[in-house]
Design a protein around this ligand. Structure first.
Ligand code: ATP
Ligand code: MG
Length: 343
């Protein structure tokens, strides 16, 4: 069972919800209907959005400003009520829960990081981080210990008693990340967490985020409008346009097999070797391939071509193995160079 399921989720804003709610609730709405709805003055922030996220997976929502990313995230966290559709967490439908159960789920199962940090200015770092636990009435000693642990986890040891205004943007964002982790959520929702940061700090936080995730194995929905960030952090990427998901797939799918011009334009500048796998460009087994090759130095056919570069420093031919460690081919330096020249 997926951890999170969004099924045919709609969010329509407008002055006369009755004008469109019937149409939306009937199920699949045609592009023509969306146009008619828009012409009638409705703002369709999310249109028939469906996806699943598995335990431990990072799904990225990506798209231009106004495409509906934050709306979908807010629907999941129930900060806004979807106009139609269902959202299930661990198989339980959030919209049919009692308000008190919903509060419990949000407090204990979901953690949210906001684009603008959302820190409380009059509280110190550690007080900000422990705030969600305070709201849950966790005893001071317990919540303080947990908060100090989270502060250290995000690399802010020594800054526990600083106030937000004494911190850089990157440090404030780390406080936001620590706070969202304090209540040990299973589902982690991040809305453009690194967008306000300069490129170097952003890259550093992305790497720390991925390192954290390797240990924590949360189920994550991560919003960004930066394609390189999406490719770096996403297991799968959903590309949104005008409230609709236009394509959902692995980074490799999105870059190599865009479904239309809109998706292709996003990825036009992305070097193909970032996502293409060794297995796609290797030479298959053939006569001159040494079957007794030393497989201890072999590349995995699942590895991105980019990550294979360093294996050619002192060799010009490397065996390739499949997921079970069986020899399936070889990659040569000249083949890589050839491939780079074409892409
Ligand atoms: N409360 C609201 N009332 C009316 N319209 C809204 C409301 N919230 C969002 N919208 C509209 O819904 C659309 C999607 O907004 P949303 O915030 O989800 O976009 P986004 O993809 O997160 O954009 P950004 O990258 O700029 O954060 C926009 O056209 C926005 O103006
Ligand atoms: Mg947004």
């Amino acid at each position: 069972m997926p951890k999170l399921e969004c099924k045919n989720v709609w969010k329509v804003y407008g002055s006369r919800p009755e004008a469109y709610s019937g149409l939306v609730r009937q199920g699949r709405v045609q592009p023509d209907d969306i146009r008619k709805l828009r012409e009638s003055g409705a703002i369709i922030a999310a249109a028939d959005v469906s996806f699943d996220v598995n335990v431990g997976e990072i799904l990225v929502l990506m798209g231009l400003s106004g495409s509906g990313k934050s709306t979908v995230l807010r629907c999941i966290s129930q900060l806004v009520q979807p106009s139609a559709g269902t959202i299930r967490l661990d198989g339980e439908c959030l919209s049919s829960m009692s308000p008190s159960d919903l509060v419990e789920v949000r407090r204990h199962k979901m953690g949210m990081v906001f684009q603008n940090f959302g820190l409380l200015p009059h509280l110190t770092v550690v007080e900000n981080v422990e705030f969600p636990l305070k709201v849950q009435r966790t005893a001071l000693a317990v919540r303080r210990e947990r908060a100090l642990e989270m502060v250290a986890l995000v690399g802010l040891a020594g800054k526990e008693n600083a106030y937000p205004y004494e911190l850089s943007g990157g440090q404030q964002q780390r406080v936001g990340i620590a706070r969202s982790l304090a209540s040990e959520p299973d589902l982690w929702l991040l809305d453009e967490p690194f967008s306000a940061l300069d490129p170097l700090i952003r890259r550093q936080l992305q790497e720390e985020f991925l390192r954290l995730q390797r240990d924590l194995k949360k189920t994550i929905v991560f919003v960004t409008h930066d394609i390189m960030e999406a490719l770096r952090v996403g297991d799968r990427i959903a590309i949104m346009k005008d409230g609709l998901i236009v394509q959902i797939g692995t980074p490799q799918d999105i870059v190599l097999n865009p479904v239309n011009e809109y998706v292709a334009r996003f990825t036009a500048e992305v070097p193909r070797y970032r996502v293409q796998k060794v297995g796609c460009i290797m030479e298959g087994l053939s006569g001159d391939l040494n079957v007794s090759a030393d497989l201890s130095t072999a590349l995995s056919c699942d590895m991105a071509v980019e990550d294979a570069f360093e294996h050619f420093r002192d060799r010009d031919r490397v065996p390739v193995v499949d997921a079970d460690g069986r020899l399936v081919g070889q990659l040569t330096a000249s083949r890589i160079v050839n491939h780079l020249a074409k892409n």
